[in-house]
Design a protein around this ligand. Sequence first.
Ligand SMILES: Nc1ncnc2c1ncn2[C@@H]1O[C@H](COP(=O)(O)OP(=O)(O)OP(=O)(O)O)[C@@H](O)[C@H]1O
Length: 734
Amino acid sequence: MSYFMTKMTERQNGVDDLTLMSSISVENIVTQLKHRLDKNKIYTAVGDVIIAVNPYRSLPIYGEKHVRKYQTAKLSDSSPHIYALAERAYRGMKEMGPQAVVISGESGAGKTESAKLLLHYVSSVSGSSSVSANMKQIILQSNPLLESFGNAKTLRNNNSSRFGKYLELQFNGAGEPVGGVTSNFLLEKSRVTYAGRGERSFHVFYGLLAGGWPELLSQCQLGRAEDYAYLSQGTTYVDGMDDAKDFQEVLQAFNTIGVPMEQQWYLFTVLGGILHLGNARLTGRDAPAQLERGGEYSLEMAAYLFGVAPADLLKAITHKTVAMGGRRASVVNIPQNADQASQIRDALAKEMYSRIFDVIVAQLNSVMYTRDAQFGKTIGILDIYGFEIFKENGFEQLCINYVNEQLQQIFISLTIRGEQELYRQEGLPWREIKYFDNKTVVELIEGRNPPGIFRVLDDTCRSLHAVDSDTADTKFIEKLSMSAVASHPHLRILSSTSAFTAGFTIKHYAGDVTYSVKDMAFKNMDNLFHSLVNCMKTSTNPFVRNLWAREEEQAHRQPSTSSTKIRTSCGQLVQTLMRCQPHYIRCIKPNEQKAPMKIEEKRVLHQVRYLGLLESVRVAKAGYSYKATFDLFVQRFYSLCPGLQVGGVDGCRQLIAAVLKKHSEIAKSEFVFGHTRIFISSPETIFMLEEFREQQMDPAGYAAKVREYEQMEAAANRQEAKVATRGGGCCIIS
Ligand SMILES: Nc1ncnc2c1ncn2[C@@H]1O[C@H](COP(=O)(O)OP(=O)(O)OP(=O)(O)O)[C@@H](O)[C@H]1O
């Protein structure tokens, strides 16, 4: 007996769950997604993981009617849908404890839309008391605010989130949302000072210039976006976007969350200061650098808006303060040339912006967070860049891929651990689950002993004083080559060639990625020197002073590096997620042109690899292919045992005995009984059971499907024969 119906479904419609594919390969995953998208099915499951293919058009699968369907559905029987996952998370939160939904995928794949759909679902099913209505309103308004400061136009997405976000919703005992906390990660602050061709900086800059209060624009002496070096490298305009209108939403959100007018004013003047700072161009091969002609006005405006003296600001930019010596350390000011000083100026702009972003998030949290929530009643939503591999990969990709390695670690340990725990609870014998544990890659990047890549990089940065960026990169790769991890099986160090600055390849769980070390050391140091910190702390602008207040007098300490900050915030995230029941949404961008319902196979293949979907299928199939409570199993397959009168374990045993008696091709060892569930080893057995069931319940329909399948196979064979004849000219497949 073949399980042809399953194959037919697989070939025509794609399987609902990829663990049911007849052959497991990345190519077959793509084929399945394609078949499903052809049938308007954008969601596919891999066990409990949901794959969401961006349809690039609105589909009639959302809204209240669909919410009600999933709210009342038996989840084990419902088709894959983001609402089904949202319902699982919501029920899990109410009945058990903290839940987390991890959404990943490349830019434009649909992460933010998925997060919004989740919020919509939870908001729809979770009560309407005045506290929760108020909270829903705040959460709703926080979106345009965070998007204005954290999103930008990129070539891939006009409204691309340039930061990772973890929103933890807090609920009361009745399951109503009463609060929340947002954490932000990896803001792409380099976008403040540079946006590539066709891209823009963060939306808020254009909004401010297009829709800011006239008195504010006049005080800041602000003009058009094209007038500012930081905004004019890319484009300044986005099709279909109304910057002035969006800016009004920002102001409204500030009012809703209670940011006083005075603070709003100060905040926007600092943004204006950043724009002027970018126009303070520096020149001169010798150190210290000088301002270019005309640069004095820009520097003065920046200094005025930051509330510091122009001479102090210039000195802080053109001199680097470093600590020298051991215990009785002294501080020296090293003059910087134009390139170095420009880097420091940009570092100030980036840091100022990123601190403003942090302040906004903190302000949001101060109104959202509540102590009245029930302990452990939370649902977290993590919307974060997926694994990245570009033609050229640098420090940013290393950080993003490191976070994704960590997330994969959690995925593996919680899934496998959960599976093993279930076996233990069910009294099943220990069954080893084989999978690739990427812990070794996490340690290669962040390890302490032996020091991993980040620590070698930090060590290099610590020993840098007045060297240029190229020398720093060379020193880093030398150190890495001599370090203990140099011979790590997942690392290959590459020396420089004419086309490539030295670098290294990491064998990640999702594939090999080659990183160039160009500018890694400088990006890691962030070039934020004490001179800048000390200058900003003298500001007469209370908002600016506050931004820098957290800095201790730390002229004698090196500032924390970017990789240390990422390790720390990622560590906190991991701890939070480890306490939760996780749910995963892997988003896929089907094509580059944003064309509705179209799959470019090569593109999707690439993402399937880098989202680690093959690994997900393997992990989901690692234990038993199928598990269900005795009752559920009996409910589904009772027709295979005519006259069956009982449910539970007895019903299950009788049913299986009947199947084995009639179908000798199924081995008894396929079925394992736990305390409350039945487990089935291979997917083939389930396919067969499904087929027997269909045959039993609807013989005529089944016979028609057999005929349809045979015709389809014959047509496929004829087609293959034609292709073979055309291609080789001599091979006819009979
Ligand atoms: N489920 C969906 N239905 C219809 N359109 C969608 C859906 N998901 C995404 N889109 C479309 O794709 C666009 C990009 O989606 P989104 O902004 O969510 O991507 P992203 O993964 O968050 O990207 P980035 O990482 O750049 O922020 C949306 O503006 C929307 O037009």
